[in-house]
Design a protein around this ligand. Sequence first.
Ligand SMILES: [Zn+2]
Length: 165
Amino acid sequence: MKEFLDRANNFIKLEEAVRQAQTRGVWSSINVPKHRFILWQVVNDQLLTRNKMLQFRVLLDNVECPVCAEVAESIQHLFFECNLSYKVADQVQNWLGVGGWPKEFQAWKNRLVISNKNKNSRICTAVMAAMVYRLWLNRNNCVFNGFSSTITSILVLLPSAEFCL
Ligand SMILES: [Zn+2]
């Protein structure tokens, strides 16, 4: 029984260490505040995607992804499966030289754990935060204005004024 409790305790400590590392990555001073906010909501699965609104019993006309209208919208889909978002993210990650964009939400969260280890990692996280913010704006543009930006236009806008306050 003691061995089981020790293992459980170690697991809890490990989870807490991971959580603290993710928190440092998201709230790093190098990240633009509005990017931090959206990134924090994504990390905690609190962004108001359509599946999340359904959990709050909000009545919706449809639950499809507003960008591709092919499957139900969720954070997993919007940032890791949706064709446009995935291509943007993958190109940004390759440009940063940190490998391709993960296909799963949890794998991406695991990357945040190591995102605060040095200056280059923090810069990569800041760019990723800007990209997540841009993808969320594009999603909202699809919802409220009925059209999506192209991959190229999102990539062109990314390095512009995003890092100015
Ligand atoms: Zn989609």
